[in-house]
Write a protein that binds this ligand. Structure first.
Ligand code: ATP
Length: 419
C-alpha cells in the first residue's frame, strides 16, 4: 500500500477529577481502529502543555496519533468522534472535549503554535482561528476547549522525548484501591533504572508509578526507550486484571517548558525559566513549611520558593548562602514566586568575614564604628576595622545539580538522571 499522506488526530479535555483519562480514551480508540483494520503509524503521543494552564485536570496533557490518510480515514474519524462523545466526562463543567483532524504537513507556524501552548495561554477562539487558518478540521464538544491542546499535540516537534507505558484497569475497579505488588516495583526499578525513571521516591517511600486519583490508569512507567518498558512490564506484578496497555511517545521529562532567560527582568508570571543569578539572602521558612530566598542579577531580583511538598529538597536549599551563584530551573506561579524545580551550583561563597582573634585567643569585638577592635578578655585594642576572611566548609558542591524529589516533580521536568 502506498501512503499518500497522513491523517493526524488530536484529542484533549475528555476527563475530570472524578474519572476518565484522555490517554485511556486514546488507547480505547486505537483498539477500535485496529478492529477495523486501521493501524497507527508510530506511537501515539502524549504531549504535556503549559503547566500553569487554568482549566487543566491534572498534568495538562493532550494526545495525538497518525494513520494513513486513505479510504478508511473517514471511518477512523467517525470512530474517534463517536468514542469521544460516548466516553468523555460531560457532566463536569470543566470537561470540554476537542477533537482535531489534520491531513497536511506540520508547518513551522503549527510548531510555533505548539510551543506557545507550552509557554503561554491560548483562548478557544484563538485556537479555532489558528486551526482553521492551517486547514484543521475542528470538532468542539460543549465549549470545545480541548481543541487548544489537540492542535498542539498534533503540531509539537519532538527533538527530545521519552516514553510512558500505561496499564489500564478494568472499569469495575475504577475508584477502588489499586493492587500493585510494591516489592516488584522496587525490583523493576533496580533492574531498569536509569533507562526507566521516576518509579519510586525512596526518600518519601512513595511508589510513583501508581496514580492517586480514581482514573483508569493502574500504573505508568516512564523511560528513555521501549525495550526497558517491555522489560519493566514483565517485572511488575499486579493482583488485579489489566484491560489494556499502551505506550506513548511523550515530551515528559524533557524540560521543554523551560525557556532560557538572560536576565531576571525578562522573566514573567506563569513562565518557566532557566536563569543564572546570585543568592541575596539566607533561605527562611514560613508557616506551612515553605522555604524562600531571593536571587538577583544586574537587572533585578526575584523571590524563589521551595514549597512544603518538595520535602527534603528544602533541606538542600537551606544550605544556600548569600553570594552563591546558581543556575536555577523553575516556574513563576500565581504569587510571583519562582518555584524551583532544580538548581546547579555555579559558584559557592565559602568565605566568611569575622572579627580578628586576639593574641590571647579570644575573638575580638568591635570598638565602635571605624574604631577597630577590642578584646574583652585582655583589653588589647587594634585600630584597623578590617575583618578577616575565613574559609568555611559548605555542604553543597560546586558544579553539582540538586533536584526536587520524584513525588514533587512536574511531568515536564527533566530529572538529573536524564541530564
Ligand atoms: P489529564 O492529564 O488527566 O488528561 P489534563 O490535566 O490534561 O488532564 P485537560 O482535561 O486536558 O487536563 O484540560 C486542560 C485544558 O487546557 C484543555 O482544554 C486544553 O486544551 C487546555 N490548554 C492546554 N494548553 C493550554 C494553553 N497553553 N492555554 C490555554 N489552555 C490550554
Amino acid at each position: 500500500m502506498i501512503i499518500i499522506s497522513y491523517l493526524y488526530i488530536g484529542i484533549d479535555d475528555t476527563d475530570s477529577p472524578d474519572g476518565m483519562c484522555t490517554t485511556y480514551l486514546a488507547c480505547h480508540i486505537i483498539r477500535k481502529l485496529k478492529e477495523n483494520d486501521i493501524s497507527l503509524i508510530d506511537y501515539p503521543r502524549l504531549i504535556r502543555l503549559n503547566p500553569f494552564a487554568r482549566f487543566k485536570t491534572r498534568g495538562n496533557g493532550g494526545v495525538s496519533f497518525k494513520i494513513a490518510n486513505d479510504d478508511k480515514a473517514n471511518l477512523a474519524k467517525q470512530i474517534v468522534l463517536d468514542e469521544v462523545a460516548a466516553l468523555s466526562m460531560f457532566d463536569c463543567d470543566n470537561t470540554n472535549p476537542g477533537v482535531v483532524f489534520y491531513d497536511g504537513e506540520i508547518t513551522k507556524e503549527m510548531q510555533d503554535y505548539a510551543f506557545s501552548a507550552i509557554y503561554s495561554f491560548i483562548t478557544i477562539d484563538e485556537a479555532e482561528e489558528f486551526g482553521k487558518s492551517v486547514g484543521c478540521e475542528i470538532h468542539k464538544f460543549k465549549k470545545g476547549r480541548g481543541i487548544i491542546g489537540s492542535i498542539a499535540a498534533i503540531s509539537l516537534p519532538l527533538t527530545d522525548y521519552t516514553y510512558e507505558l500505561l496499564a489500564y484497569r478494568i472499569p469495575e475497579n475504577y475508584g477502588t484501591e489499586r493492587h500493585i505488588d510494591y516489592d516488584s516495583v522496587i525490583e523493576m526499578d533496580n533492574e531498569t533504572f536509569p533507562d526507566t525513571f521516576e518509579n519510586v521516591d525512596y526518600s518519601e517511600k512513595y511508589i510513583a508509578i501508581e496514580p492517586k486519583t480514581p482514573c483508569p490508569v493502574l500504573y505508568g512507567i516512564r523511560s528513555n526507550n521501549v525495550e526497558s518498558l517491555n522489560r519493566a512490564r514483565e517485572i511488575v506484578k499486579v493482583n488485579e486484571p489489566i484491560e489494556d496497555y499502551c505506550i506513548f511517545l511523550t515530551n515528559q521529562h524533557t524540560d521543554m517548558h523551560i525557556q532560557k532567560a538572560d536576565k531576571i527582568s525578562e522573566m514573567k508570571q506563569f513562565g518557566c525559566y532557566e536563569i543564572t543569578a546570585t543568592v541575596k539572602d539566607r533561605p527562611h521558612v514560613i508557616d506551612g513549611g515553605h522555604m524562600f530566598f531571593t536571587v538577583f542579577d544586574e537587572s533585578g531580583e526575584i523571590e524563589c520558593g521551595a514549597y512544603e511538598p518538595t520535602k527534603n529538597f528544602r533541606k538542600t536549599v537551606s544550605y544556600l548562602r548569600e553570594g552563591d551563584i546558581l543556575k536555577l530551573y523553575g516556574g513563576i506561579g500565581g504569587q510571583n514566586t519562582f518555584n524551583i524545580e532544580k538548581f546547579q551550583v555555579i559558584e559557592l561563597n565559602d568565605v566568611e568575614y569575622k572579627n580578628p582573634i586576639c593574641e590571647c585567643g579570644k575573638r575580638m569585638t568591635s570598638a565602635g564604628k571605624n574604631k577597630g577592635f577590642k578584646c574583652k578578655k585582655c583589653g588589647k585594642r587594634i585600630s584597623s576595622s578590617q575583618k578577616v576572611n575565613i574559609k568555611i566548609n559548605r555542604s553543597l558542591i560546586k558544579g553539582q545539580f540538586y533536584e526536587t524529589p520524584v513525588s514533587a516533580r512536574r511531568h515536564l521536568s527533566k530529572p538529573l538522571c536524564r541530564m
